[in-house]
Write a protein that binds this ligand. Structure first.
Ligand code: NAG
Ligand code: NAG
Length: 378
């Protein structure tokens, strides 16, 4: 523990003015413990939490990681209230009771942190410990902390649609099996997990399974419930990025690789999601009155069939001809797609949204890459 922790506030003064919808004028004042805020999804979730008026207590593994998040120029565009964001340092997220102290006085927890693959074909030794055990222990430590705090109304955990589909089905061949948030569960993924891209889904499967089992076991004795958010492959702006290479990380890498001319031998699933929708659904889930709990919600666009990655090249050709002329992008790369049928329609009904489509995701990612290229040129 290294920081002064403010309690939840009731103040509703807020000066973020870039909103048009009615809902966004409702400012919340709970205190949300957030993990994983240094990552692509986590940072977007943090920003949306702050925009909606909540106070955020960000759990980081080191003060250096906290400083990196706090110094992101984008945060300064949000017009934050005093002390709206604070940091707690927890060196080991998988230690028992890791989050007990950090969760004190919190009204909500959003747990995004989870081990991520470094590349599709990365080989890491000891993957069972690094991915599967760590994801499970971190998730259980969060639920225990919520119980100990006694003030938490809801825990929101970032799952993944890969937690709801067998690996064989994710990477092909095409299958008409429909993934649904309520019905699709994998009960066992036997190791070993030699590749990161195998260990990652295994870790998400284990964590989802463990969290739902924990709730079944303790549901009677706790005063909070659980919402699991399961996005598919996430694309769109990364507001922490300050140079083009910063976008060559996480899932935006997979899209940009093709647009930079690479030939990917392995197909990617057709299931994609916009970062804005992912962040919105996480933060809207904090509202226990509006969003039913002890449920999972998929975030996935373009209907049941999803998108074809290669169509991004047509989008670039149509909308960014200047970038092609400058050879910032080329149209010679390839990225096959394997159809994954995902039914996220329940999320659209419950949250009152229409998922932003693949074209919008590509436009956002590509436009930011160009923006950063231009800044680099100047
Ligand atoms: C974190 O805690 C877990 C569980 O107590 C332990 O197995 C692991 O070695 C610890 N990691 C570090 C880096 O200390
Ligand atoms: C799922 O949870 C149950 C109950 O805790 C456990 O017996 C089972 O091994 C778990 N499966 C996985 C894949 O973690």
């Amino acid at each position: 523990m290294s920081t002064k922790l403010p309690g939840p506030r009731t103040s509703v003064i807020f000066n973020y003015q870039d909103h048009t919808s009615c809902d966004s004028l409702i400012m919340h004042s709970g205190l949300v413990l957030i993990t994983g805020a240094g990552g692509y999804v986590g940072f977007a979730v943090l920003c949306e939490t702050l925009r909606k008026g909540y106070y955020a207590r960000v759990a980081v593994r080191s003060t250096a990681k906290g400083d990196a998040i706090a110094s992101a120029p984008f945060l300064r565009t949000l017009g934050l209230k005093q002390n709206q964001i604070t940091f707690v340092t927890i060196p080991n997220f998988t230690a028992p009771h890791a989050f007990d102290e950090a969760a004190r006085d919190c009204t909500h927890i959003i747990h995004v942190a989870s081990p991520l693959p470094t590349a599709l074909d990365a080989v890491t030794s000891n993957n069972e410990e690094i991915f599967v055990t760590a994801a499970k222990k971190g998730t259980l430590a969060i639920l225990e902390a919520a119980r100990v705090a006694g003030t938490v109304e809801r825990v929101v955990i970032t799952s993944s649609y890969t937690a709801m589909r067998t690996l064989d089905a994710i990477f092909g061949p095409d299958s008409a099996d429909v993934v649904t948030a309520a019905g699709s569960r994998i009960l066992d993924v036997p190791g070993p997990y030699p590749l990161d891209m195998v260990a990652y889904p295994a870790s998400k499967i284990a964590a989802l399974n463990a969290s739902e089992a924990w709730i079944r076991e303790h549901g009677e004795e706790i005063r909070f419930d659980l919402v699991s958010i399961a996005p598919s492959f996430v694309l769109g702006r990364n507001e922490q990025a300050q140079k083009p290479d910063d976008l060559l990380t996480s899932t935006t890498l997979l899209l940009l690789n093709m647009l930079l001319g690479l030939h990917s031998p392995s197909p990617l699933p057709s299931a994609v999601a916009h970062i804005d929708d992912v962040a919105h659904v996480h933060v809207a889930s904090l509202d226990v009155e509006k969003i039913p709990g002890n449920r999972a919600y998929l975030v996935s666009s373009d209907g049941l069939k999803g998108a074809a990655w290669a169509t991004a090249k047509e989008i670039v050709k149509k909308d960014f001809p200047q970038a092609l002329k400058k050879q910032w992008f080329v149209l010679t790369g390839t990225q096959p797609t394997v159809c994954n049928t995902v039914d996220a329609s329940e999320t659209e009904e419950v949250f009152g949204i229409v998922h932003k489509d693949f074209e919008t995701q590509v436009m956002a990612t590509v436009a930011q890459y160009i923006e950063l290229k231009k800044m680099e040129e100047e």
